[in-house]
Design a protein around this ligand. Sequence first.
Ligand SMILES: *[C@@H]1O[C@H](CO)[C@@H](O)[C@H](O)[C@H]1NC(C)=O
Ligand SMILES: *[C@@H]1O[C@H](CO)[C@@H](O)[C@H](O)[C@H]1NC(C)=O
Ligand SMILES: *[C@@H]1O[C@H](CO)[C@@H](O)[C@H](O)[C@H]1NC(C)=O
Ligand SMILES: *[C@@H]1O[C@H](CO)[C@@H](O)[C@H](O)[C@H]1NC(C)=O
Ligand SMILES: *[C@@H]1O[C@H](CO)[C@@H](O)[C@H](O)[C@H]1NC(C)=O
Ligand SMILES: CC(=O)N[C@H]1CO[C@H](CO)[C@@H](O)[C@@H]1O
Ligand SMILES: CC(=O)N[C@H]1CO[C@H](CO)[C@@H](O)[C@@H]1O
Length: 704
Amino acid sequence: MAIMMKVLLLGLSAFQLVSAGNSSYTELYRPQYHFTPSINWMNDPNGLLYCKGIYHLFYQYNPGGTTWGAMSWGHATSRDLTHWEHHPIALEARGFPNNITEMFFSGSAVADVDNTSGFGHNGKTPLVAMYTSYYPIAQTLPSGKKVQKDQQAQSIAYSLDDGMTWITYDVANPVILDPPAPYSDQFLDFRDPNVFWHEPTKKWIAVLSLAKVHKLLIYASKDLKNWTLASEFGPVNAVGGVWECPNLFPLPVDGNKNNVKWVALLGLNPGGPPGTIGSGSQYIVGNFDGTTFTADSDSIYSGTTAPPSDSIIFADFEGTGTFTDLGWTPSGDLIGQSPVSGTLPGQQSVSGYLGKRLVNTFLDGDATTGTLTSRSFTISKRYINFLIGGGHDFNNTAVYLKIDGEIVRSATGTNSETLSWQSWDVSSFLNQTAVIQIIDTATSGWDHINVDEISFSDTMARSQVANWVDWGPDFYAAQVYNGLPIGERVAIGWMNNWQYGGLIPTSPWRSAMSIPRDLSLKTVGGKVTLVQSPRENWGSIVSRKCFDQSWSFVKEGTQSLGSVGMALKIDLSFSDLEPAASGSSQFGIAVRATPDSKQQTRVGYDFATKELFIDRTQSGDISFDGTFPDIYYAPLAADDKGQINLEIYVDWSSVEVFGGQGETTITTQIFPNDIASYAQIFSTGGSTQNVRVSINNISSAWDD
Ligand SMILES: *[C@@H]1O[C@H](CO)[C@@H](O)[C@H](O)[C@H]1NC(C)=O
Ligand SMILES: *[C@@H]1O[C@H](CO)[C@@H](O)[C@H](O)[C@H]1NC(C)=O
Ligand SMILES: *[C@@H]1O[C@H](CO)[C@@H](O)[C@H](O)[C@H]1NC(C)=O
Ligand SMILES: *[C@@H]1O[C@H](CO)[C@@H](O)[C@H](O)[C@H]1NC(C)=O
Ligand SMILES: *[C@@H]1O[C@H](CO)[C@@H](O)[C@H](O)[C@H]1NC(C)=O
Ligand SMILES: CC(=O)N[C@H]1CO[C@H](CO)[C@@H](O)[C@@H]1O
Ligand SMILES: CC(=O)N[C@H]1CO[C@H](CO)[C@@H](O)[C@@H]1O
């Protein structure tokens, strides 16, 4: 149907087109202009390669169902990164479905135009894919190499028909069998080769991840077959979970071809941006000489920043002695216990605390339960700032502010051992008497809490432990295209999160890719920053303007824009005026709202904190995972005219916001009703000036 029609339209007769399924692409929640497989489970983008005018998109795919399993490489192609053709599976799990002996995990692909591999034949340029072989059982391979149960090793395959069919290099696979000493014990977590041609040294480079020890390994090869370890990099910055899916690529700074920097971009799971749970992506800017990647010093964060300079430290848990000695009242298993020096036996590495000691309730593993109650104090400053890590459960692993026995503020961790700053605005409780309570009342899976450096300040404390590629929960495992001209880099991310990826309420497919994004490096606020802009053939899918209006000011309250649709491109700009007194003023737009506004996703800006946000707490179906309904914040400064500029891309189950020049993005999935086509603007705590809202309908990329 839709898919077959496009075959005629684009005349891609050379391709054998098979739609893996026969979806009409109109099911509830089906993305209209984001890539999805027609059926079954998808995760990481793989093998992104631009070759002969065609963008290849391979992806982690389960041919057997809508949850992770039987990992294979699915395949689609596009001429414009907007309209996609489905192709037969490129690399199907060996032995699928009944006796799987090898799965094809993530990797990348290149066009070996100089035939360095010798795979060329009859004048055909070989495409070569390098991927992680995962072996669910111990075995001796056709190459004679022996692998252990659950081993991950790196293999290659080649194609002589422009990527349509692939031949695994069985005589020698895996071409990188084991991690190098001293990491040989890491063979279960050694993955995701990112291969590219390095012209100055005329070599292939492959960057791999040693996921659990937070290291990138850089290998070099003349022929894609024989690989030599060149160097290693890491750990740096965010290390709250495994490092996966590394990329390394050059980009000119501010368009200057004489000032090229290299970017290492990688996934992190869990331990994403502050306030998110689960997967995230970070980048590091530096230099690469063909052997070693060296980070720029301003791209490395040495650790948690100290609290704001005006802080009064209430509890830093330093010194010696028990919680009781420090003035806290313990209960349960915490009676007689003390703050801990860092990581406990059996625990992943705890980081981000200040000084030597912190509250860490992993004492008897997750079995420990109890509470700690502070002495009472008078609230004297606007914020209570503290470092928090550990489990995410407001009821069981949490910090509470109590006034007269009532919980008036609460905070919880993000299922990460890395502590980060959280703050309560307590300006409405000034001069009142309060206590802080730290609770751990549950006993399995992330049921512990880490707390440090509770302090009072008139400034909100922030954590910067990494350069976040995206501040939302749904942008992971991004990969950058090979084969584009120097200076041009397009990335696609998996628009999902391991926290709830297998539970999202879509059928018969699960997971979408992000909008393909043009990457560049620009100096923003004095710092070389990764800037993203959506790269789609908008001209072919943006239909008519459904709303366009300017206001010199919008008064406090909400204003309906009517029913504007479910797939939208919205340009929103407004003045960043310091709110007079309230300090809590926000402006923004609610999209995918039902007529009664009970469902809506709010995209806005907080003038006091200078943060962009997406609030999906009422976005529709939020029932499938307790961490899904949440608000995501990201720093964003006004432009030099004092305006905040947002580009917002709404689809049937997602919202992506590009703030400013694209230095700040937030990507979230949402699952609203299909009557949720309304939009409204809101200005809270005061009026907002110089507002312009322009909305275009986006039509389906699946039914030309
Ligand atoms: C599974 O495949 C392996 C390798 O081809 C073979 O040795 C083994 O006998 C097979 N097992 C079953 C149960 O078919
Ligand atoms: C590539 O190299 C192989 C091995 O040397 C050779 O047989 C083949 O003809 C070459 N192919 C091309 C297109 O040059
Ligand atoms: C592999 O490459 C290394 C480094 O270039 C070289 O020393 C070695 O001889 C090569 N091995 C084979 C089998 O080609
Ligand atoms: C808090 O107490 C201080 C000093 O006693 C006083 O100046 C201030 O007005 C009080 N603030 C509030 C909000 O009650
Ligand atoms: C936008 O598209 C939706 C469905 O695709 C449609 O219902 C709506 O009327 C359109 N709005 C405008 C103003 O074109
Ligand atoms: C995803 C989808 O629409 N699958 C349908 C494809 O066609 C067969 C046979 O007509 C249906 O049974 C499937 O439900
Ligand atoms: C299961 C449970 O007790 N849930 C509660 C957790 O705490 C929130 C408030 O933060 C309550 O609304 C829930 O009912």
